[in-house]
Design a protein around this ligand. Structure first.
Ligand SMILES: [Fe+2]
Ligand SMILES: [Fe+2]
Length: 258
């Protein structure tokens, strides 16, 4: 990573922390922020479970166990955010029923449009959907790309938790978020260890560097996309009594944990 990228990383992290903390502090944008987190966390579970099965089939029991634990943690994180939404009397939009309801009506925004992420498009630039299927993905690519995301997520969740106000419901949500943050630190740690088990120290540094640079570029892509839309975020939460979540983001298009 060169100095320019490093400076951008620091600026970018600060900007993302500011935006996410603000969107969580504001009661109007809080449900949408929590819904986005729920979708991201739950969406990674099938992918991680499939990877765990592949690692077991390849004889790497250590990795298989870590991935199984990772999958169950992310599942729990999804539930924590679903519960937080429930406390606010909100739930994640059911994209499947939304698609059915829109049959025959003019299409302004397809549910899929809400899921397409300029961030992930830039982060995984040069890789096809096919190479990201759990049966195909290169282990080093998975480990290094996810390591960066988990590491940053652990810090972002702490910042976001402390941005919440002090009413009883928010205090509860904060507790949940801090426990999520702790798990993300653990995920980053095992992924780094997994890289160290397979690569030389110099190769580990090089690959982490590469994915840090990709993350910086992806954040720039995300910010410029947001500016083009005039700062408008997609709607992910709606009013109502929460039902069981049926909307699962395509595991192949969001192959990583938040
Ligand atoms: Fe998570
Ligand atoms: Fe995680």
């Amino acid at each position: 990573m060169n100095l320019f990228t490093h400076v951008l990383h620091i600026l970018g992290s600060g900007a993302v922390a500011f935006v996410s903390a603000r969107s969580l502090r504001d009661p109007l944008t809080r449900p949408n922020t929590l819904a986005g987190l729920q979708l991201a966390e739950s969406g990674s579970v099938p992918f991680l479970e499939a990877l765990s099965a592949r690692a077991a089939a390849e004889g790497d029991t250590w990795l298989a166990e870590k991935l199984a634990k990772h999958a169950s943690d992310e599942n729990r994180h999804g539930q924590i955010f679903a519960h937080a939404l429930k406390q606010l009397n909100k739930q994640v939009i059911d994209f499947k029923s939304l698609a059915q309801a829109q049959e025959g009506k003019p299409k302004e925004a397809k549910p899929d449009d809400r899921r397409r992420s300029p961030f992930f498009e830039a982060y995984f630039e040069g890789y096809s959907q096919e190479t990201f299927k759990p049966q195909n993905i290169d282990w080093t690519v998975f480990m290094a790309s996810t390591y960066i995301l988990e590491l940053d997520a652990s810090r972002d969740f702490v910042r976001m938790a402390h941005a919440l106000p002090d009413d009883p419901v928010s205090v509860n949500i904060r507790k949940g978020m801090l426990s999520v943050a702790q798990d993300e630190t653990g995920h980053a740690a095992y992924l780094r260890e997994a890289l160290e088990r397979r690569l030389s120290p110099a190769a580990v540094t090089a690959v982490i560097d590469e994915w840090r640079t990709r993350k910086v570029n992806a954040m720039l892509a995300m910010v410029s996309n947001l500016l083009q839309k005039g700062g408008k975020m997609p709607e992910l939460a709606r009013d109502g009594v929460p039902i069981e979540m049926t909307a699962e983001p395509d595991a192949a298009s969001t192959p990583v944990a938040a």
